[in-house]
Design a protein around this ligand. Structure first.
Ligand code: ADP
Ligand code: ZN
Length: 622
């Protein structure tokens, strides 16, 4: 009798219940069906093939594009007592030989293999002589030539269907869009299978978009108030910025490491390793970092600079909170970054069509940032879902951004742009609106314009924010060259505003507070913005706080964390492969007295009970 999925879930993994559509998918594959599984990061894709592989007879073969990812998954499975091995080009021939011998002896339950290695004649022949439970094709979007992770070898995986027609195949990805889906089905010949789409919502991630002003202070405040002892990622646009911020954070007592394509391969892998194996490291990185990182306890993702698109933003923030515990995504939104991104797009080697596409994607992202609607609704709608309720777990829901009728301000800003020939940036236009007398204004005789000095009801920083919002509304567009020059958006949007036929809603924070605005406006530059983090400290999510109520519990949790780290160091594995934070929290709450009690805690299967049970029991009861 083969074990059932339920038995494997409880006895091997020690989990209490399936998540989402896992059970349905697993039953389908156990019965021999092909499948395409689309699930967000952290949704629990791995179990969808790991459990069927253990239920069915024979060895499961998992195609995985990244060696680091493979290593991690194998290690995690071994901790559960599963006979998992990897085969890839990074291994010496001796080590590979040992794995092959085990495969031949039928002593492997799950074999992780890179596509190159799998497609070698020798490997295919070997597999033809083995009993196979299934093929899992992880990160299946790598098959898409239009996607960002294209791997040519993935195209050849169609051969699996020809050579192993009776072995079920399950392809998995967190990439949502419909064209990619179609390509996966076509290229991998999964037409006869079933597609399982789950919502892409990540309910435990709290989204925040904060106007960027003194970003270093904003970052530091956010980290020291909410993530003192946590792991997280800070994304920056350039290598230089990565270096600077990592250095700056280190100087302020955080363990922050840089990661970008300019570092040597050894350095990158060293930093990645520390990020995985310590539990309080902050990775400051360009987007070169993250693919294939399945560290479950990433508690925050900060976008210090603007991401490229909503897709990129969603993928990057999706690296937070895979373990399901509350996590924060914070984006610092600066209008200067829009100009910078545009100039990067314009300066790239891509053809015109691609550039236009990228500009549109950037504009969609800017619209998301400046909106006052529920962030999650906007994101999910972008991916084709229609959430019916606002989420109550994003900044827009938690501290609704009150808005006011800013039509007149918009008219003034737009006319200033029109009358100066639609080529100056927000700073210069603000000078005009405030009636400043600068050399440039005199030189261009812009002090004679009818808009000169008509905007004194707002101060400089308020105008900066208004311009930002007008850009976000699509009423003003930044130029393609990236000098920050502003021109008017489409007629259909702008004309009604200029004629007073359409209302422009602006955020309440920007309403003129006449007395304040008329008093000296010099020194208060960034103030309204940085306050956003201070003023709403309670609105950032804390992973452990809501659950760990007393100082006592907190102490116990921290000491269990320390024990876990020590055990992990001894084996040179990441702490989370021993126990997840969720398990440590459950331990803290439940105060188990016996091994029997311990075995009922989610995430403690028999293998882990045997290995770590005594040590953790002692720690809890000391
Ligand atoms: P992804 O979809 O990103 O590949 P994973 O398969 O890595 O997600 O799962 C995310 C985390 O959630 C993993 O650490 C996994 O152990 C955990 N997990 C998955 N399914 C369950 C479940 N049914 N019960 C408890 N934890 C689960
Ligand atoms: Zn919301």
């Amino acid at each position: 009798m083969r074990p059932t999925p339920d038995e494997i879930l409880h006895r091997v993994f020690g989990f209490t219940a399936f998540r989402g559509r896992q059970e349905e998918i697993i039953r389908h594959v156990v019965a021999g069906g092909d499948a395409l599984v689309l699930m967000p990061t952290g949704g629990g894709k791995s179990l969808c093939y790991q459990i069927p592989a253990l239920c069915r007879e024979g060895m499961g073969v998992v195609v995985s594009p990244l060696i680091a990812l493979m290593r991690d998954q194998v290690e995690a499975l071994r901790q559960f007592g599963v006979e998992a091995f990897a085969l890839n080009s990074a291994m010496g021939s001796e080590e590979a030989g040992q794995v092959l011998r085990r495969v031949r002896a039928g002593a492997v339950s799950l074999l992780y293999v890179s596509p190159e290695r799998l497609l070698m004649d020798g490997t295919l022949q070997l597999l033809a002589n083995c009993r196979l439970s299934l093929f899992a094709i992880d990160e299946a979007h790598c098959v898409s030539q239009w996607g960002h992770d294209f791997r040519p070898e993935y195209l050849q995986l169609a051969v699996l269907q020809e050579r192993f027609p009776n072995v079920p195949r399950i392809a998995l990805t967190a990439t949502a869009d419909a064209p990619t889906q179609g390509e996966i089905v076509r290229q991998l010949r999964l037409g006869g299978g079933k597609i399982f789409v789950t919502s892409f919502d990540r309910p435990n991630i709290r989204y925040h978009v904060v106007p960027k002003a003194k970003p270093r202070d904003q970052l530091l405040r956010f980290l020291s108030q909410h993530h003192k002892n946590d792991s997280g990622i800070v994304y920056c646009l350039s290598r230089q910025r990565v270096e600077d911020i990592a250095e700056w954070l280190s100087r302020h007592g955080f363990t922050a490491l840089p990661y970008h394509a300019g570092l040597s391969a050894e350095m990158r892998s060293l930093h990645q390793d520390r990020f995985l194996k310590d539990d309080q490291v902050i990775m400051v990185a360009t987007i070169a970092f993250g693919m294939g990182i399945d560290k479950p306890d990433v508690r925050f993702v900060v976008h210090y600079d603007l991401p490229k698109s909503i897709e990129a933003y969603y993928q990057e923030t999706g690296r937070a909170g895979r373990d399901g515990l509350p996590s924060n995504a914070l984006l610092l939104f600066g209008v200067g970054d829009i100009a910078l991104m545009r100039s990067m797009i314009a300066g790239s080697d891509n053809d015109e069509m691609r550039k236009q596409l990228e500009v549109r994607k950037l504009e969609a992202l800017v619209g998301f940032c400046a909106s006052t609607r529920c962030r999650r609704q906007i994101l999910l709608e972008y991916f084709g879902e229609t959430p019916r309720h606002s989420c109550n777990n994003c900044d827009a829901c938690l501290y609704p951004i009150a808005s006011f009728d800013g039509t007149v301000a918009a008219q003034k800003a737009l006319s200033a742009a029109i009358r100066t020939g639609q080529r100056f940036g927000a700073a210069y236009l603000t000078d005009i609106l405030l009636g400043a007398s600068t050399e440039r204004i005199t030189q261009f005789q812009h002090d004679r314009l009818s808009t000169y000095g008509v905007g004194k009801e707002y101060n400089r920083s308020q105008w900066r924010d208004i311009f930002q919002q007008l850009i976000a509304h699509g009423l003003l567009l930044t130029d393609m060259e990236g000098h920050g020059g502003l021109r008017l958006g489409p007629d259909a949007l702008c004309r009604p505003v200029l004629r007073g036929e359409a209302v422009v809603r602006l955020r309440e924070e920007m309403r003129p507070q006449t007395t304040r605005a008329l008093r000296g406006e010099k020194r208060r530059g960034a103030k309204p913005n940085t306050e956003t983090i201070d003023r709403h400290p309670a609105h950032f999510a804390d992973a452990d706080k809501p659950v760990l109520e007393t100082a006592e519990e907190n102490r116990l949790f921290q000491s269990l964390r320390a024990l876990r780290l020590q055990l992990a160091k001894e084996q040179n594995v990441p702490p989370y492969v021993i126990f997840h934070d969720t398990t440590l929290i459950a331990l803290t709450k439940a105060h188990p007295k016996t091994l029997q009690d311990l075995s009922r805690i989610p995430g403690i299967g028999p293998t882990k009970l045997e290995r770590y049970g005594e040590a953790f029991l002692r720690a809890v009861n000391e």
